[in-house]
Design a protein. Structure first.
Lengths: 256, 256
DNA sequence: CTCAAAAGTTAGTCGCACCTAAATAATAGT
DNA sequence: ACTATTATTTAGGTGCGACTAACTTTTGAG
């Protein structure tokens, strides 16, 4: 189950090319929050290459027994492919976390940098980073960081679209696909672990009104100003994942 | 004279390939401490490729006007090539310095890691690193780190072989070519800025006996144990560069 | 001064990762 | 069920950076 040993390869083994590593990483991550089948054209769009390039590379990965693929069917990782994909995801997310924690990056800036660095740093450096951060288990966007042994801690989150008016939830993940959205949400004070309550769903995808409940550090409800109430569009609603606040949709009302 | 803007290239320009950057970097660094002409075979050995590969690449760099080269003659950087080589050297050395300062690398471990990272990090990251380190002007081996404007502070150092018996000097640079030597010198407590006195030169390159003068932090010469006296072979003698202790070859005798 | 050895270049090839264009398989509409 | 559309694969080609092998120029030993 060892998920390590990517950089500065250990003598004998023939390391995968960075491009192959990217394929495995992207396929692994695709199956993380969804079970939609991974197709050639989806990968092509995701990786920014022509579909024929994907066919080609999937052929090679298939003969390396890193993916299963019958022509015209969907693409799945083998056990070994899964390990390597997971190892790349670990690299990517540890690097993102490091950039935020140690070099003052904003969460909308880390993705592109990590995309390159994940192929460049050695295992030694990865371990130093992991140690310096204290073995974190999630990255700045709330995605789980697989442990060195392959352990993954998945929060039981759903997209904000799943909540009904009156429901509330704690933000557990924000998709890092769109940096512009990330900046926007940052401005709106939407952070990991913040509490969101759905006020009203508007019809025909014209948005949902939600309330960002300010952090409640001082357990005595201090002077809690009017909670900002905002309207989120569909992109935001599907990008923000929350852990449902179980039965009591009113954590705030419990002692008030 | 801008030496920046390598990573995440600014829109219009067609960035050089990592391999081209390596050539420019290596040629630049070759001229730093020596004026020996850079030849095809020297580059081939240095870069670990066949001489024909070098001929080929030098041809391309010549037509890009980054190097001057007439067939069978030596290779020199143009002004533009020099800028880009210097920029890569800056990247390399800042990264080395960062790895030692922030991630606890030993000086014999940084070179290989920096070799890869210098092509991977963005200008943003380079600037963050530079800032975090406080704009250092030399790396862990004593090599100068060019400033963002191209400024270079070269210590006026000579190889230890230049010193005569009785001469002393302050270590200003240790070539990072051979990690094994670096580890060895580390064990011997040979560091940057430490004082070395030449005791006796043995004939026929059979080594030179030197004394490592312990650091004199407490300006009162404290309890300075017997200075370790060691014999250095030729590889060490040419790798250690010192700034001559001007006239008084006996800094230690001055107050003793 | 000659000629062998060393240094450098040229020619041709290869694998990788991409592309476009053309062919084929799967899917959906009527 | 048949066809139009879409998805996927195949075929053929490109640039890069490496290689080997063969050739040319320079160097230096006697």
């Amino acid at each position: 189950m060892a998920v390590d040993a990517i950089g500065t390869e250990g003598a004998g083994e023939s390391a995968l090319s960075p491009v192959m590593q990217d394929y495995l990483k992207v396929i692994y991550a695709a199956n993380e929050w969804s079970d939609a089948p991974v197709t050639t054209s989806w990968l092509a769009r995701r990786l920014g290459v022509a579909p024929s390039s994907v066919s080609n590379m999937i052929g090679r990965l298939t003969s390396l027994e890193l993916v299963h693929h019958r022509p015209y069917a969907s693409i799945e990782l083998t056990g070994e492919g899964q390990q390597m994909g997971k190892a790349m995801v670990r690299r990517h997310r540890l690097i993102e976390t490091y950039l935020v924690a140690e070099l003052g990056y904003r969460w909308d800036q880390v993705h592109a940098e990590a995309e390159v660095l994940e192929h460049a740093i050695s295992d030694l450096m990865l371990n130093r980073i992991d140690a310096k951060l204290g073995q974190p288990t999630r990255d700045p966007h709330g995605d789980p960081i697989p442990g060195p042994d392959g352990t993954v801690i998945m929060p039981d989150a759903v997209p904000l679209t799943e909540l009904q008016a009156g429901d509330s939830g704690v933000v557990a993940r924000i998709c890092d696909d769109d940096p512009v959205l990330l900046r926007y949400l940052e401005d709106l004070d939407v952070h990991l672990d913040c509490l969101i309550r759905v006020i009203e769903q508007r019809p025909f995808g014209s948005g949902t009104q939600v309330e960002i409940v300010p952090a409640d550090d001082s357990t005595t409800g201090s002077a809690r100003a009017a909670a900002p109430s905002i309207v989120l569009g569909n992109e935001a609603l599907t990008s923000i994942w929350v852990v449902r606040d179980p039965q009591q949709a009113a954590t705030r009302g419990a002692d008030g």
